[in-house]
Design a protein around this ligand. Sequence first.
Ligand SMILES: [Fe+2]
Length: 320
Amino acid sequence: MIRYSAPPLLLRDVFGDLEPVRGLLRRAAPYTPLGGWYRPDAELDEPTSPMWFQNDFVHDTLHVAGADIFLHNARYVDAAQRFYDAEVIRPHSVYVNVMAALDRAGPAHTDNPRFQGRDRSNTPMWLLRVMLWSGLFDDWTITQATAIWWMNDVEGGAFLYWPDGPDRPPHRHDHEMANSALVGDNHGMFHQVGPVGPFRRETLLVTPRAELEPVADGSRDWVVRDRGAEVHRAPLERFRVSVLWKADVYRDAEEERRQTPRRLSIPDVVDVLNRDFAGRGCDLRLTVETLEEPETIAAVQSVYPEAVPQEKLTSIFDAA
Ligand SMILES: [Fe+2]
């Protein structure tokens, strides 16, 4: 199910008026640095995070007022239907990245997969990725469409993507990105955000407690405050703003009816992996109790290594 699919579809002039988007961005403030699975060990008072802020507009239990301009965007739905040759598109998540002053790229990656009954809300990230790269759970995979929309043009901020697979050079979406979107398969296709300006100094690091929010002084400035101090201030237009949209994809209503009742439990996942280990003549066995053990995780990951895309850029999260 690792699909190195056709290049994503490029949409231009997605919104006629950006003011509703700016309102949405203000309502979702404050923003905190990207945490999650890339940086699970971040110390709360250590300035270890670049100015890569993230927030959700829509997920299972959240819907920020005004987010429907993304969630139910007719052009996204139409593009996803064309890209996948599918009739049923079920949008479920919208979130935003706001970035500034990253002197190196984001990580080259594929997005975390989603399976019937298992996703990031109830399953460790490493296990979701093993489920993807093992190829053993394709029957439960929920195909995901992704749209990425860029609000503005900034210094840097190119988007690299590998639609020809990780063994071929990347394509780039660069310059004239403002109000454009790419709709495609970010779960099968590697992609990476290039360094983001301003580049006048080295990457400014903040603590996980830092917050980004609009300044309430009538200006268009947004400010990053960290442990009480203002560390960065600029008009919103000078930050790289990108909004992500995710939707479940089913070929048709019949496929959706057939697939949705099948729900994987954690013991199901453990059983499938253990059967595969046995079939490979490998002594490794997983139990529900050992899913958090670092040695077990490393051993399982080594059975199903992830691809490394060609010509990827050095990431802010790579060891210095
Ligand atoms: Fe991604």
